[in-house]
Each structure stands twice: as C-alpha cells, then as structure tokens.
Design a protein around this ligand. Structure first.
Ligand SMILES: Cc1cc2nc3c(=O)[nH]c(=O)nc-3n(C[C@H](O)[C@H](O)[C@H](O)COP(=O)(O)OP(=O)(O)OC[C@H]3O[C@@H](n4cnc5c(N)ncnc54)[C@H](O)[C@@H]3O)c2cc1C
Length: 419
C-alpha cells in the first residue's frame, strides 16, 4: 500500500512531539512525513530560552532534534519555510519559495505569537514597531534581545506572567538594570495565590530584578528606537530595551484562510480533529478544545499521544479531555498548579504547609475529601498523586490525607551548607 502523506505545519513543541509519537506507534510504515517550520533551526525547547539568553546554556544544548535526526528518519523538514496558504480542496499546502506539498492528513501546530498591547507610540512614523521593542518567544528573539541588551543600561520587561519572568531572568545580571512592570497587584495572578505570588516575587527580586506592581504603561517614547516609557500616571522611565510579554495570540490566520472554524484557537474535538474537515487536525497553543487552549508541556505531550494514536488508527478510542494542571519552572523553582486554588465554599477544607526558608509551599483544596485544587512550590513530587485524585474525583483515604499533612521531606541538596 502506498504511504499516506502527513504534513505538519509548525515544528515547535507540539509539531515535534507529534512526529515523535507518530514514529513511536509505527507511523514510519504508514506515513511519508513533511514538516514546515518558519524558524531557521530544528526543534528546540522553548522553556529553556532564558538560560540561552543569560549564557548558562548554549543554543545547541536546548535542541530537541537536529537536522540529522530528521534525515535519519526520512522526514522532510522544510526549515525557514513559512506556509502561506492551504487549499483543502486540492489538499495541498503552499509554502514560501514556491513550495507546494500535497497531503492526506494535515496537522496545524502553529503555536502562538506575543501580543503587543496598544501602547501609544509603539510604532514609528513609518508604521514600524520602534527598534528596541520586542517579544520573547524564539531563538531569534533571544539573539535580538541579547544584542540589544549588550548596548543597554536599563531594560524593561512588561508583563507579570511566566514568560515575562523568564524574559527578566534571562536578562538579569551582567550589571544591567532590569525592571519588571506589571499592571496587576501580584505576579502570575492566573496561576498563584497571594502567598505563592509573594514568594515568587521575592525570588525575582533576589535575582536583582526590580518589580513594579500595579503600574500600567501607557506609551513609549523615542523616534526610531525606544528611549523610554510613560506610565498611566504620567511619570516616565528611560530605557533602551523593552521586552513585551503581555499575553499570546494563537496563530490561526492560516486555518481561518482555509475555512476552518476559528474562535480563539482552531476549534477541535476531543480527537484533536478540526470541526470542519476529518483530514485536518490541530494541537498545541493554536488549538482550542471547547473554550480552552492548553499549551503547557504536559498538555501537549498528551495531545500528541492522542493525535498520533488517532492518525494511525481511526477507530482508536483515545481522547484528549483537557489538562487540569500545569508544571512550570519559575525563577529556577519548580511550581505545579492544579484546578481551583481558592476555597470557594464554606465546606471546602484547606491543607497548607509552608517552609519559607527552604522555599517550600504546599496548598491543597479539598471538598468533601476530594481534591479540587492545589499549589506546590519547591517539592512538586506530590503532583502526579494529586492530579490523579483530582481527575478521578475520588475521596482521599485517611492514609492519603495523612501523607498530604506530613512535612515535606528534606533532601540532602536542600540542607544549608556548613562552612
Ligand atoms: C520562555 C518560555 C517558558 C515556558 N515555560 C513553560 C513551563 O515551565 N511549563 C510549561 O508547561 N510550559 C512552558 N512554556 C509554554 C510552552 O513551551 C509552549 O506552550 C509550547 O512551546 C507551545 O508549543 P507549540 O508547538 O504549540 O507552539 P510554538 O512553540 O509556538 O511552535 C509553533 C511553531 O510553528 C511555527 N509556525 C507558525 N506559523 C507557521 C507557518 N505558517 N508556517 C510555518 N511555521 C509556522 C512557529 O514559528 C513555531 O516555530 C514556556 C514557553 C516559553 C516561551
């Protein structure tokens, strides 16, 4: 039987992981695989970009698969080639430089792009974004930011979420003044409660980053290059580099252009199949299941497993049901968050364990002995157990409750060194 043609648009975490999973379930026998990526490199781990920026890792160390990996597996990797159009009628993908690739199965793994809020004077007189104002998402962004930062005395990161913190971490050090400006009252407000957010803030400040909360930026200044910013109260701050990390926009234009249903992301069902075409699928930060976009690493890994199984076996019963939790590395500290992190009803019970000196925090929200939410800082080893309890909605046994109440084990590496 001739091989089917599987075309994947995007070689970020979702595209790369999908291809791995397809190969793992014997997809090389079934599919001739082609990947389009508008980036110049093979796949790499975006979660370690800050380490590349601060020089603690080399670019080559965050590569997931180099060019040889694709070649060895006879995967056609089109790097530096942007897909410009898709014809679902002709079942063909059209890329830059005249590339045209027919498909039997098509996967959108186009991810997302940084959102730039409508700041006054974001653009110069020619409609170009001011030089020195950038997002933080790709290796190319990293190189651009590093080059600009080398010339800058003061740099500003706008945003208070994980990506903003990662940008600030990447920039800190080297005698540079780094300011993190966030319009909200606490950092990572979508994921953390007050205590955890305050702890994260102390980690950020410990790294020498100056944190400004409840401060909204209204405008930028400068002719061609940014020279400063203006807060909503009219005060100004000079700076030579502004990294904007104020949210993400899923890359859905291409899907929209070829007539797929797009809301915030490309609408898919629990098989990760588009709602409009049985041969077109989406996963990662461009895909929306019901009202959710799950772009965490764990969510993407699960989506890739489900989609690979479905591509190989149309009758597979595997489904993606959404991810209730997320694991992150925040300022070098492990953080895991699950479900609803605030006690919402009088019957809810909170289990909290704090050890600020060791940076340990565990909070579990229970409703009738069922886990409805949790935050773990530092030691996140309880996450799989909590996550399974959350998913199963089972009541915890006395033994499991006792384990949650027990102090967090001290590992040798946590102990203070004796001089
Ligand atoms: C700095 C940073 C730290 C993070 N830390 C964590 C963490 O600790 N834990 C966690 O769970 N998650 C974390 N994340 C989030 C996670 O990495 C992302 O959600 C994930 O990378 C999304 O993968 P994706 O493949 O969907 O999208 P992307 O990684 O954005 O990949 C999409 C790819 O498609 C390409 N593309 C788009 N359109 C086209 C086109 N038309 N033609 C060709 N190519 C195209 C893009 O250029 C890109 O290469 C972090 C993200 C960043 C940036």
């Amino acid at each position: 039987m001739p091989k089917q043609r599987l075309v994947v648009i995007g070689n970020g975490m979702a595209g790369a992981r999908l291809v791995e999973e397809v190969l793992a379930v014997g997809g090389a026998e079934r599919f001739k695989i082609a990947i389009f990526s508008d980036e110049a490199s093979g796949s790499y781990d975006r979660m370690q970009l800050a380490d590349v920026m601060n020089g603690s890792q080399d670019e080559s160390e965050i590569v997931l698969h180099d060019f040889a990996w694709y070649q060895d597996r006879q995967i056609q990797l089109n790097v530096g080639k942007r897909v410009l159009a898709v014809s679902r009628q002709a079942r063909t993908v059209y890329g830059s430089a005249g590339a045209a690739e027919p498909y039997d199965q098509l996967v959108f793994a186009t991810g997302s792009s940084p959102y730039f809020p409508p700041l006054e004077h974001l653009f110069d007189a020619d409609g170009q974004r001011l030089a020195g104002v950038t997002g933080f998402r790709t290796l190319a962004d990293c190189s651009a930011i590093s080059a600009l930062a080398a010339q800058a005395g003061r740099v500003v990161v706008i945003g208070g979420g994980l990506l903003a913190l990662e940008a600030a971490r990447g920039l800190a050090g080297n005698g540079r003044e780094v300011h993190l400006i966030h319009s909200g009252p606490r950092l990572m407000s979508q994921q953390l409660d007050d205590y955890a957010a305050e702890h994260v803030r102390s980690l950020v400040e410990h790294a020498g980053i100056r944190v400004h909360l409840n401060r909204a930026v209204r405008a930028l200044t400068g002719q061609r290059s940014v020279s400063g910013l203006v807060f909503s109260d009219g005060t100004v701050m000079d700076c030579e580099l502004v990294v904007v990390s104020a949210g993400l926009i899923p890359n859905t234009w291409l899907a929209y252009q070829c007539g797929l249903t797009v809301e915030r992301g490309i609408a898919v069902d629990s098989r990760l199949r588009s709602l409009d075409d049985a041969n077109v699928h989406a996963l990662g930060e461009c895909a929306q299941l019901r009202d959710r976009i799950d772009g965490s690493a764990d969510a993407i890994a699960e989506q890739a497993r489900v989609l690979a199984a479905r591509l190989l076996d149309g009758n597979s019963s595997m489904c993606y049901r959404g991810q209730s939790g997320v694991r992150m590395k925040v300022m070098g500290t492990n953080v895991a968050v699950l479900g609803s992190i605030h006690a919402g009803e009088a019957r809810d019970q909170l289990i909290e364990y704090r050890e600020p000196t060791r940076g340990q925090y565990r909070k579990v929200v229970l409703r009738e002995r069922r886990v409805i939410g949790a935050i773990l800082l530092g030691d996140v080893s309880a996450f799989p157990v909590l996550s399974a309890a959350f998913e199963s909605n089972a009541r915890l046994s006395e033994c499991e409750l006792a384990a949650l109440l027990a102090p967090i084990e001290v590992k040798a590496t946590d102990l203070p060194r004796v001089a």
